[in-house]
Design a protein around this ligand. Structure first.
Ligand code: CTP
Ligand code: MN
Ligand code: MN
Ligand code: MN
Length: 397
């Protein structure tokens, strides 16, 4: 039945967290169809059932990406746990049999879905705002732009910037742009704290050649930077050079998510959360940061936000996430922020089901013994979970 004689369905079904998925997997058509349905239900959901549908399609798509062979016969799909025996299996079967699924094509061209996709591509906008905009009769990005001043989000500064730099922020960030920016930011950080450890995380670490943002993780000893010291200092340096268009501090993956706009964070332990600064940065169109740094940005200050976005300028806006972790959190933050999102979901579910552990980007907590499990490397984390190590590029679920 399977072209790969070593493929063992029982083993494949037994532990999702043991699977691997590379970007260049063998079942792109099926995965694309299932991912479209996932996106459809996660953007257009009305009920809890719809949200569950989105998660089920995400699991089904991930399973297909993990198959070590190209599916050529629908029987090869039977019995795969995450495809179930209903909706996802039916769609996957249609794709294998005819390369086409009517349902997927209808959803792909659904007018409402297309508007929701456009709206959710605005930085700061998610399904609930998209829903409001749609109900108000807005359909396109142009509609939003025209009526922006009347929208109740016009005072939300993230969405205003998201709207103004819509085109820039939706133009994929290329690997070379990400690398240049990463090097520039790392050099700044090293000047502030020579012992800092940084890594490029997110999609680029998983091997993608383009992405929607650059994710940079910083690690520093807690005693030296017990709060947001380092990444705030990096943000300050970038700002002094005139490179920051917009930024916001937030805490991620802690017990409570708190968002604080550009003001200092209240004191607290860095043990139970990660500090994140979301930034919109200027990227020099000629790739040379030094030349952009020397520029006088004073004329830009006189332009309105939308005017600035429309004007000819020697830079494009890019999204950067600076994530600060302490040395103890670092391997956990690496795993959590390398992703992808579905891989994280699956690891966290497995940690809970198999060991009653709680896994997050800040650590691994044993809820029976009431203790945090220390780790120095990502491999230590996989060891704690009794899983085979997976390279970042094998985590593309
Ligand atoms: N992440 C997170 N907490 C957040 C935001 C993101 O844990 N508040 C995780 C995501 O689950 C993901 C990783 O950080 O695994 C990177 O997120 P993101 O930049 O949104 O996605 P990428 O996988 O990098 O994809 P892209 O190329 O589109 O940026
Ligand atoms: Mn990213
Ligand atoms: Mn990101
Ligand atoms: Mn400091």
């Amino acid at each position: 039945l399977y072209p790969d004689p070593d493929f063992d369905l029982n083993k494949f079904n037994e532990c999702v967290a043991e699977r691997r998925a590379v970007l260049d997997h063998q079942n792109k058509d099926i995965a694309e169809a299932l991912d479209l349905l996932r996106e459809y239900w996660s953007l257009c959901h009305q009920t809890v059932t719809d949200e569950r549908r989105a998660l089920a399609f995400a699991r089904a798509a991930a399973a297909v990406k993990c198959l070590p062979f190209k599916v050529t016969n629908p029987r090869q799909l039977k019995g795969i746990k995450d495809l179930g025996d209903g909706h996802a299996l039916r769609v996957a079967t249609q794709i294998v049999e005819s390369g086409h699924s009517q349902e997927v094509e209808e959803k792909r061209n659904d007018k409402k879905f297309l508007s929701f996709q456009i709206f959710c591509k605005v930085f700061g906008v998610g399904p609930s705002i998209a829903k409001k905009w749609y109900a108000m009769g807005l359909r396109t990005a142009e509609d939003v732009k025209k009526r922006f001043d009347q929208l109740d989000v016009s005072k939300d500064n993230m969405i205003s910037y998201g709207m103004a730099f819509y085109d820039d922020l939706n133009r994929p960030l290329q690997l070379v742009e990400a690398e240049n920016t990463y090097k520039h930011i790392t050099a700044l950080a090293q000047r502030i704290l020579p012992s800092v450890v940084t890594s490029m995380i997110g999609g680029f670490r998983r091997g993608k050649s383009s992405g929607h943002d650059l994710d940079v993780l910083f690690s520093y000893p807690e005693r030296e930077h017990n709060e947001h010291g380092l990444i705030a200092a990096v943000r300050e340096e970038l700002d002094k050079k005139g490179l920051v268009v917009w930024s916001r501090y937030s805490r991620a993956d802690g017990p409570r998510g708190v968002e604080i706009d550009s003001s200092p964070l209240p004191a607290g332990s860095a043990k139970d959360h990660l500090l994140v600064i979301m930034i919109i940065l200027k990227y020099p169109l000629d790739g040379h940061f030094d030349q952009l740094e020397r520029r006088d940005f004073s004329t830009e200050k006189n332009l309105g936000l939308f005017q600035l976005a429309d004007s000819a300028r020697p830079w494009r806006a890019i999204r950067v996430d600076l994530v600060g972790s302490t040395t103890a959190q670092y391997p956990y933050a690496q795993i959590g922020w390398t992703g992808n999102k579905q891989y994280n979901r699956c690891l966290r579910q497995y940690a809970k089901d198999a060991f009653n552990y709680s896994l997050s980007s800040t650590g691994l907590y044993d809820k029976r013994q009431h203790r945090w499990l220390p780790a120095q490397t990502e491999r230590d984390v996989f060891d704690h979970l009794k899983l085979s190590y997976r390279e970042p590029w094998e985590r593309n679920f």
